[in-house]
Design a protein. Structure first.
Length: 221
């Protein structure tokens, strides 16, 4: 069960943020020039490193496919061939097409129309699209739609379970609730916090041989 009822948890979470921000500064995350590019990245980054996604997006751009209409009209085989670097390229090509099929079938191809729903309704809409799970949906909500939904990923669980703030067997929604329940509902804060967690998890709080001595959060252990 999630340990999120301590009276000082809000101050603790803010202190973690402040230490990471002081050490690393603003992260400029999520990389992407348009909302649609951010959505594509959120789908492609499932089960792979961001460097692989960047290569796939460059391939899509070279083919003129990083816009909703072009991707919706593209042959799925062509799409898959352009995203090979992201891994599971046939599966991810179908997921991209599932998203554009919904976008054009239900919202006339307009992200503005899709994002018009309230947070809860929009999240359920995204989760109903085959291939979009909670982390991907929340990434789209936070980074593309600018909604205050915290993104809980493997780095989040690893860091905060090692620090005793969440249980090791906590599920996605439990870890997310730690932040949603104890921080202001602020999309900019959630954006930067998640980006700093990614930086810390990738460079310091590694699954094997964590570099605790040089981590900004070493004072909390």
């Amino acid at each position: 069960m999630l340990k999120r009822k301590r009276p000082d948890i809000a101050r603790t979470l803010r202190a973690y943020y402040d230490e990471m921000f002081a050490a690393h500064g603003p992260q400029g995350w999520w990389p992407g020039r348009t909302r649609f590019e951010i959505i594509v990245g959120a789908i492609l980054t499932q089960n792979t490193a961001w460097t692989n996604v960047e290569r796939a997006i460059r391939e899509l751009k070279s083919a003129g496919l990083v816009n909703a209409a072009a991707m919706h009209g593209a042959d799925i085989g062509v799409l898959a061939s352009r995203i090979r670097s992201a891994g599971y390229f046939n599966v991810k090509a179908r997921r991209l097409k599932n998203f554009t099929t919904h976008l054009f079938g239900e919202h006339g191809g307009s992200l503005d129309r899709l994002f018009r729903s309230d947070n809860g309704g929009l999240r359920q809409t995204l989760l109903a699209i085959n291939g979009i799970g909670p982390e991907t949906a929340d990434s789209i909500l936070l980074y593309a739609a600018g909604r205050p939904e915290f993104v809980s990923d493997a780095y989040t669980k690893r860091i905060f379970s090692r620090h005793g703030l969440v249980a090791g067997d906590a599920d996605y929604e439990e870890v997310k609730a730690l932040f949603m329940d104890n921080l202001p509902s602020d999309a900019r804060l959630f954006n930067e916090y998640h980006a700093l967690i990614v930086k810390t998890g990738k460079d310091y709080c590694k699954s094997r041989k964590p570099d605790c001595a040089n981590c900004a959060l070493k004072g909390f252990l």
